[in-house]
Design a protein around this ligand. Structure first.
Ligand SMILES: [Zn+2]
Length: 174
């Protein structure tokens, strides 16, 4: 009873940035659990990639294990543009979901006509409230997310994890 009264958010034991594993919002990125582990390994090397079909040439995002156009499973990894311009965005200044410190900014990006992927909806981080403007240039940023223990052949292995977002490109004077 005392614990319930002390908890500010009933039913969500979110203390010190931790939360129960059922609420974990990040994918398991290990090779043992995820056929797209290469995407995350590439992120760790600073590469923003996706899958390209070797048969019909279609490039899809997010990456997959099968081509959504011709059903081929013969895919290869290709690099994507890491800079884009903000077309439009939303900024949640209060009441963002657990795990997302405000402001939670979601932006529709334009990667330019030379990019195989023209548009993506992404999260913008490292950006103060009210700072982002339409037309701003943003770039890829890779960040660590909480590691997750997994069971592999009766051994416990720690699955280190990363994820990506975009951040404003600051001018050199700032
Ligand atoms: Zn295809």
């Amino acid at each position: 009873m005392a614990d319930l009264q002390e908890a500010k958010i009933v039913g969500t034991p979110a203390l010190d940035g931790r939360y129960i594993s059922e609420m974990d919002m990040w994918p398991l990125e290990c090779q043992e659990f995820n056929r797209l582990y290469q995407f995350y390994d590439n992120l760790r090397e600073g590469r923003f990639t996706t899958t390209k079909c070797k048969k019909c040439g279609h490039i899809a995002f997010p990456p997959g294990v099968i081509c959504p156009r011709c059903w081929s499973e013969e895919l290869e990894w290709v690099d994507l543009t890491q800079r884009a311009k903000v077309v439009t965005f939303t900024e949640t200044q209060a009441g963002a979901p657990l795990g997302f410190p405000p402001p939670l900014i979601l932006a529709w990006l334009n990667f330019g006509k030379d990019s195989p992927i023209k548009h993506l909806l992404v999260r913008i981080i490292n950006c103060a409230e009210g700072e982002l403007k339409e037309g701003d240039e943003v770039k890829l940023v890779v960040f660590e997310v909480p590691a997750h223990p997994i069971e592999v052949k009766r051994e416990t292995k720690v699955c280190n994890r990363v994820y990506y977002a975009f951040e404003p490109v600051k001018s050199a004077s700032m």
